[in-house]
Design a protein around this ligand. Sequence first.
Ligand SMILES: [Zn+2]
Length: 258
Amino acid sequence: MQMLASTDRGIVRTWAGKSDLQSSVARNGGRVAVLASGGLDSCVLLACVAEIASEVHPLFVRNGHPWEDAELAALRRFVEALGCSQLRPVAESSMPVRDVLDAHWGARGYHPGFSQGYRANFIPGRNLALLSAASLFAFVHGTGALALGLLDGNPYPDASPQFFSAFETLFAEGMGRTLEILTPFARLSKEEVVRIGNGLPLELSLSCVSPIDGQHCGDGCNKCAERQKAFALAGIPDPTRYRNPPPRVDWKTHKWQD
Ligand SMILES: [Zn+2]
C-alpha cells in the first residue's frame, strides 16, 4: 500500500527517487529552481519538489514556439490551484530560437502527428537552450539546484546523464559556481508520473503542440497521444478536456512508429 503525503492542497504518492531528491534538496539548502513547461511531467515534478523543498522557483522558458502561450497559462493555473506556500510565482524567461529551428526544419515544418513517435517530436538543442536560460536564472536567484521533468526512455542526445554532467562542468567553468542538475523522474515512465500525481489537478496541465484556443487539440499531435496513452496505461480516467475527440487506440498494445 502506498503512503500519501500532502502539500497544501495537492496529494503526491510516494515514488522511486524521492529519497535521492530529498538528499539533493537538503544539500542545496532547501532551495530549488524547476524548469516547468506546464505539461504533465513538470507539473507533477513541481508538486513533488514543493513537498520536500522550502523554496521552489518555477521557471517557464520561451523559445518562440506557437504553443507557449497555452503552456504558460496552464502552468500558472496549475501552480495557483496547488496553492502551495513553498512555490514562488511562476517566472518567465525568453530565449527565442524558433527562427533558427524553422530554418532547420525548412518546408517540412514541425508537425509531430498524432500517430508519430519520438523522432517526429525531436527539437534540436531543446535542453541545451532551456538549460542555458534556466541555469542563468538559478545563478541569479542563488539556487544551487535546478530540476527538470525528464523521463525514462528519452532518446535525445541532450537528455543523457553525460550531457547533464557535462553541462554542470560547463556551468562551473563559466559561472564560477556549482549547479546541480536534478532529473528525479529519469527512471520513471509517463504513466508512473500520472500515478504519482493522481491526487493533483492534472487536468489543468497542458501537453500539446497544436493547442486550439488554449485547449488540447486531442487528435492532432503526438503530445496529446502520449498524454492519452499515459492515463490509459496508468489505469486512471483521463480528466483532460480535449477540443477534438481523441482517436480510439488500444494503448495497451500500441507501439510508436519509431
Ligand atoms: Zn495536441
